[in-house]
Design a protein around this ligand. Structure first.
Ligand code: BES
Ligand code: MN
Ligand code: ZN
Length: 500
């Protein structure tokens, strides 16, 4: 992916893609004329209105334009066109162009109605590079007659405004490219079936991904986890013949201050049957993606080290299957966490919070001063916020707001839910320190309240991605399947000062 400082007419490419706004009069100077009036005709007849993701193709008949054809892609109203929409529009354009098997394409950068200063140009260039890269995601296939998908389109992002602006934007394009690629790696992991991606294989691939980017990786086996007293992780793993792993990442930039240390923790259930509290058969195959939070941490660690984030970061991913084997934990069983807290397991299907309890503790032991965990934790968050918005929970509120801003900038929509002390009552156990379920009311909040017990009072945010990790419906900008949610949010956190 290249960034070029050029005028639209001078770009030599097979297909020039230009965002076009509903309220554009002459969105790209000279373009209507260069198409022999086709653009004007399509707009007048309302064949093309410029609504988000609308598409219109026309040949360029003016020999002074070096591209062969132009594709207008709708950007909506110019005033509403922000970097988040630019990312989606670029992803939709990328998907459409890929379908048409175009070898070389160029995307004309436009910044909506705001001032196109260097900062805005950088932010839009970054978002467009991410969107185009996300459109390259190849879900992979186990079909023996899968058609060859062919070469990916080679993209150039066209930035006007002179060499200086283009230089800054080129760096932004390079960063966006890395973040898009890391999101796609997380999507590939989430899509792998449970028999292929066992905890051991997950650890191996996570190490390859993060280690390949420059992070250091350590994999604790069941014996080492046992020595550390991780009774919650080992408890969940008991029902499976596959041994658990605790995957640990470190990013230690030379000369970085000793603090803060950002601690990222991701749920790594490679398949969730529910255990003895077994799930119903309907849709259970979806539970292969119950390691999406862990994949987000591994792939964010790759981005963080590839992009030389200035901050120290540790990543922790407890990984296991949740299976109903003969040695599995049973409702009523009591587990002891590495922290020492005893937990009564009321429902073995509330396994994510268990393994995260030991994961959060371990991130603290590694020196984390700020904790962010990501997990496909509850069906309840899907009821509360649906399929587009992740739940955010944590303390103090300023840190929650900080993560929310990072998520917004990254294009991962998230919204806060409260952690009032009153909810803690629902987790009362008669026999142990805490129970692992709080009943149906406020199910995603009580799950977060459980996690809070393992944060040692540090600033902490929990992101419940049960609704957002997997798209059930195809959109112009996103196919059905794994979304790579949270990778870019987590990576971004390592670049913004943690002044909370
Ligand atoms: N992995 C599931 C949560 C989930 C549900 C993710 C739907 C994606 C889609 C989690 O381990 C789980 O089973 N949670 C239970 C908790 C309950 C037993 C308290 C749930 O949400 O039903
Ligand atoms: Mn479960
Ligand atoms: Zn689960």
């Amino acid at each position: 992916m290249l960034a070029a400082d050029s005028t639209p007419a001078a770009v030599e490419t097979d297909l020039l893609v230009a965002p076009w706004f509903e309220d554009d009069r002459d969105g790209v100077a000279g373009l209507d004329h260069a198409t022999g009036g086709e653009v004007g005709r399509a707009i007048a007849s309302k064949e093309f209105e410029g609504k988000p993701f609308d598409l219109f193709l026309a040949p360029l008949v003016d020999g002074r334009w070096r591209a062969r054809r132009v594709a207008l892609i709708g950007g909506g109203k110019a005033a509403d066109f922000d970097a988040a929409l630019a990312r989606k529009v670029a992803a939709a354009a990328g998907a459409a162009v890929r379908l048409r098997r175009v070898a070389r394409a160029a995307f004309l950068l436009r910044c909506g109605a705001g001032a196109a200063d260097d900062a805005a140009t950088g932010a839009f260039a970054h978002a467009v590079a991410e969107g185009l890269t996300l459109s390259e995601f190849d879900i992979g296939s186990y079909k023996t007659d899968a058609p060859h998908t062919g070469e990916a389109t080679a993209w150039t992002i066209v930035i006007g405004g002179g060499a200086a602006a283009a230089g800054g934007a080129a760096a932004a394009v390079a960063r966006g490219r890395v973040l898009g690629e890391c999101s796609n790696l997380a999507r590939s992991l989430a899509n792998e079936p449970g028999n292929a991606l066992t905890p051991r294989e997950f650890a191996r691939r996570a190490a390859e991904i993060a280690g390949g980017g420059g992070a250091s990786v350590e994999i604790l086996d069941e014996r080492q986890s046992g020595e550390l007293g991780m009774g919650l992780l080992l408890g969940v793993a008991r029902g499976s013949s596959e041994p658990p792993r605790m995957i640990v990442f470190r990013h230690e930039p030379p000369g970085a201050p000793a603090a803060p240390i950002l601690g990222l923790v991701g749920k790594g259930i490679t398949f969730d049957t529910g255990g003895i509290s077994i799930k119903s058969a309907d849709g259970m195959e979806r539970m292969k993606d119950d390691m999406s939070g862990g994949a987000a941490v591994a792939c964010a660690m790759r981005a963080i080290s590839m992009l030389n984030a200035p901050m120290r970061v540790v990543g922790v991913v407890p990984a296991t299957e949740n299976m109903p084997g003969g040695r599995a934990i049973k409702p009523g069983d009591i587990l002891k966490s590495a922290q020492g807290t005893t937990v009564e397991v009321i429902n073995t299907d509330a396994e994510g919070r268990l393994i995260l309890g030991d994961g959060l503790w371990y991130a603290r032991r590694l020196g984390a001063t700020h904790l962010v965990d990501v997990a496909t934790l509850t069906g309840a968050v899907v009821v509360a916020l649906g399929k587009t918005t992740s739940g955010l929970y944590g303390t103090p509120e300023r840190f929650v707001a900080h993560v929310r801003r990072a998520a917004e900038a990254a294009g991962d929509r998230a919204w806060p839910l409260p952690l009032f002390e009153d909810y803690r009552e629902q987790l009362q156990s008669e026999i142990a320190d805490i129970s692992n379920t709080g009943g149906r009311p406020a199910g995603s909040i009580t799950a977060a309240m459980f996690l809070k017990e393992f944060t040692g009072g540090l600033p902490w945010v929990h992101m419940d991605i049960a609704g957002t990790a997997w798209a059930e419906e195809a959109k112009p900008y996103q196919p059905k399947g794994p979304t790579g949610v949270a990778v870019r949010t987590l990576a971004r956190l390592a670049f913004d000062p943690l002044d909370v």
